[in-house]
Write a protein of this length. Structure first.
Length: 294
């Protein structure tokens, strides 16, 4: 997908803001009204987000740049705007659109904790599937298992994102996401329900999850879960990501700061790094017997 198409998947739906409705574990939750929900890219695919903001607070989250559209006093990970009219808006949109593939969700986790209360992602998934759309889901939340009754009745690719096989590292980088073991449980239950499954290994973290040993661990997890597809992604320089990573590394892994800076900002180094990383990924996939699913 071209860079401009990737950015289109994050286009805001111009919600009108309201006062903070409540706090959820230190996360400010506001209810807003949106004018549109389903966004379309030039490649022909769609995406939607029932929430602006994501309480998972992942250090590397690319969606941080959404704050340039919706200013919040709270840092990324400490606010969630709930598009309370999302299902109604979506119902009106899909009557005018040709069914296609829908990435669920592009700028938040659709099954973060606030979804347990509002159930907006569930309702929108049901509407899309009933209208003949295909869902391609990536999540880090085991709450998605609540909705297997909806998902198993449609055309669905259900996947989870795993950044590192190390639970302790995952808790640091993805503080409010479900544990890695729980995400593997999602894949197993989805497979048992007859759904197509995918695991996204990314972003692969330099010096942490991009090493040959770590990659072998990741592909071992994919083999155990018998996933149908494997996606990988390197750490990319996106707006507002570097300040977050820099602050985190200074407090947690200061020795890695020079490496991350080179990977993100030294073009020649980055090109070499990406080529070497691709070779390591292919080698790990070959060793696990999963090259055909990569």
């Amino acid at each position: 997908m071209a860079e401009k198409d990737q950015l289109r998947l994050f286009e805001p739906s111009e919600p009108s803001a309201s006062a903070c409705a409540f706090e959820l574990g230190g996360v400010a939750v506001r209810e807003v009204a949106c004018r549109s929900l389903l966004n379309r890219s030039r490649s022909g695919s769609y995406s939607f987000n029932c929430y602006t903001g994501c309480e998972h607070g992942c250090v590397y989250c690319y969606a941080r740049f959404m704050q340039r559209f919706h200013a919040h006093q709270e840092p990324w990970g400490a606010f969630v705007d709930v598009k309370r009219n999302a299902p109604e808006v979506l119902a009106g949109q899909i009557r005018r659109l040709r069914p296609g593939s829908v990435f669920t969700c592009s700028a938040c986790d659709g099954w973060q904790r606030v979804e347990e209360h509002y159930r907006l992602t569930r309702r929108c998934c049901r509407l899309l599937l009933e209208a003949g759309f295909r869902l391609e889901i990536l999540t880090k939340s085991e709450l998605v298992l609540r909705d297997l009754d909806v998902l198993e009745a449609g055309n669905v690719l259900l996947g989870v994102t795993i950044t590192t096989p190390d639970e302790s590292q995952a808790r640091r980088w993805e503080p409010r996401a479900s544990p890695v073991a729980a995400r593997l449980g999602i894949l197993r239950e989805a497979k048992a329900a007859g759904l197509e499954t995918v695991v996204m290994f990314g972003p692969l973290l330099p010096g942490i999850s991009d090493t040959p040993e770590a990659l072998r661990g990741l592909f071992s997890l994919a083999s155990a879960a018998d996933v149908d597809r494997i996606w990988t992604d390197a750490l990319n320089p996106r707006p507002r990501v570097w300040p977050s990573i820099q602050e985190f590394l200074r407090s947690q892994r200061s020795e890695l700061l020079p490496l991350y800076h080179r990977v993100l900002f030294d073009r020649a180094y980055r090109e070499r790094y990406r080529a070497e990383l691709d070779e390591r990924v292919r080698a790990a996939a070959d060793e696990a017997g999963l090259a055909d699913r990569l």
